[in-house]
Design a protein around this ligand. Structure first.
Ligand SMILES: NC(=O)c1ccc[n+]([C@@H]2O[C@H](COP(=O)([O-])OP(=O)(O)OC[C@H]3O[C@@H](n4cnc5c(N)ncnc54)[C@H](OP(=O)(O)O)[C@@H]3O)[C@@H](O)[C@H]2O)c1
Length: 242
């Protein structure tokens, strides 16, 4: 890619919450942004918002648990943008039934499939292009991926903890290509994701939490750091986090 070509970023979970905020901020910083998720309509909204601000964006709908669709989406992004400089993995799932005494193994597999296997599949699909550019990967993991959180859930905690290993092995094995990865561990963030809790927080509780913009600013710090700088792990939480 030559210097006049915009840097390119692919975001899973880019239609809502943190992924959407990350897309808007990155586009404002001059990145061409591809957003993926299952809901075409929210992806199209993000693309329209970015275009209205003069940025470049592309909607690439997919279910991240479909590894063939992930591979196809990676090819689409690289073909349309001419390369890939960064990948943000924000697609995630939890469930209200998250304890040993009420979980189902079907949901366990869905959560691990979304939060862990799909992260591996998406990195795998993007890696050849990321190697070309010395690219950056940011996995939106969780506070529960950094330390055990009693309420986070059996499958969710297991899957997010393992994302740390994916990012560390990526750093160990791909540094020779200039690839760097960050395990980003947010505490409570006021997004629709909280509706999956057994006790859904009210507006007063949400007002004390981080915002999607707080995470977008943090991701921007990682993406904009000089190429020789790797930020292996970041933990960010609201001051009120228990
Ligand atoms: N909110 C919090 O307090 C918090 C704290 C720490 C970490 N996190 C993590 O942050 C990430 C972003 O969540 P958020 O808080 O911004 O909530 P969100 O708005 O609900 O975002 C989750 C995103 O994941 C996408 N997604 C879920 N399953 C998918 C699938 N099978 N295929 C493709 N996309 C899928 C959703 O899009 P579609 O439904 O359109 O597919 C949605 O855009 C998640 O990984 C979550 O685990 C959240």
């Amino acid at each position: 890619m030559n210097d006049s070509t915009p840097r390119t970023l692919w975001i899973t979970g880019g239609g809502s919450g943190m992924g959407r905020a990350i897309a808007r901020v990155a586009a404002g910083n001059g990145w061409a942004v591809a957003v993926s998720g299952r809901r075409r309509e929210v992806l199209d909204e993000v693309v329209e918002e970015i275009a209205a601000d003069g940025g470049t964006a592309l909607a690439v709908p997919l279910d991240v648990r479909d590894s063939a669709a992930v591979a196809g989406a990676a090819r689409t992004v690289v073909e349309r943008f001419g390369g890939l400089d960064a990948l943000v993995l924000a697609a995630g799932q939890n469930t209200p039934q998250r304890r040993w005494d009420d979980q189902s193994i079907t949901e366990f597999e869905e959560i691990v499939g979304t939060n862990l296997t799909a992260v591996a599949a998406t990195v795998d699909a993007a890696l050849p292009a990321l190697r070309e550019e010395g690219g950056t990967v940011v996995a939106i993991s969780s506070y529960a991926g950094w330390s055990l959180q009693p309420g986070a859930g059996v499958a969710y905690s297991a899957s997010k903890t393992a994302v740390s290993s994916l990012m560390r092995t990526l750093n160990l094995q791909e540094a020779a290509h200039g690839v760097r990865a960050c395990h980003l561990c947010p505490g409570d963030v006021a997004t629709d994701f909280l509706d999956q809790r057994p006790n859904v927080p009210d507006a007063a509780a949400r007002s004390k939490m981080l915002t999607p913009q707080d995470i977008a600013r943090t991701v921007s710090f990682v993406l904009e750091s000089p190429a020789h700088v790797r930020i292996d792990e970041l933990v960010i939480s609201p001051v009120s986090q228990a």
